[in-house]
Design a protein around this ligand. Sequence first.
Ligand code: PDD
Length: 279
Amino acid sequence: RIAYVNGQYVPHALAQVHIEDRGYQFADGVYEVCLVVDGKYWDLDGHLARLKRSLDELQIAMPMSENALRVVMDNVRKRNHLPSAMIYIQVTRGVAPRNHIFPVGLKPSLVMTVKPFDLDQSDAKAAKGIRVITQPDIRWGRTDIKSTGLLANAMAKHAASEVGAGEALLIRDGHITECSSSNAWIIDKDGVLITHPKSHEILSGITRETAKACAQELQLNVVERPFTLDEVKAASEMFLTSASSVVMPVIGVDSFKIGDGTPGPITKRLRESYKARAR
Ligand code: PDD
């Protein structure tokens, strides 16, 4: 496998970054995960716009123009002979002697890696749906920034994996914010789709935005407001959205079944409509 590191395409096993990279010491960096299926990028404009926004919020410069980023992404993908892939892009503030204060004039570090993606496998998983567990949302107060500081997310998802669940549903101040690496949605008894509004408490998912547009095309009602675990338990359907899971049905939360314990019909339609739109 080939990775991109600061201007060079290098064998993955030999790719290196400096020990005083601020990404390593402070998680002082941001990332994106983009999906490409059969050579077509899904929602790429949105991912690059969010990368820019995350960097702006942290006063880190874009490492290169958006168009140059697109070229490098495609080079990495092609050098790895992957028509379908998840592309990981990470930008950190750069290398400097350790100091909490942002050093001025640093050159940001840019790393890209890819891994294979198989839409058929993803479809097979979605056909079964996944179970999730609840976890307290102990993350920092700016989860709208797609920062590499993911320890709380990793802890929550690890706890889920330990009991064989696919995701952790995060609860803060009595309401669901999102999941450890995806946005959470429920569908109530009236067929209304509910998801947490954009705020500093969630990552505003690019897949979430496109799913909203798909829902509107299907003439479904979407309401953006916080919802509670009781509403989750009473929901007729539940699903998650993210670049890697697209639209993923949830069939159980902790020891509770969602609906009849199988992927819901509206969720299935939404996933199909998403794929048709992205392709
Ligand atoms: N996760 N919420 C969190 C906390 C996330 O980490 C992600 C993305 C999302 C969904 O965002 P999007 O639809 O733009 O992928 C929501 C990526 C895929 C990851 O960390 O691997």
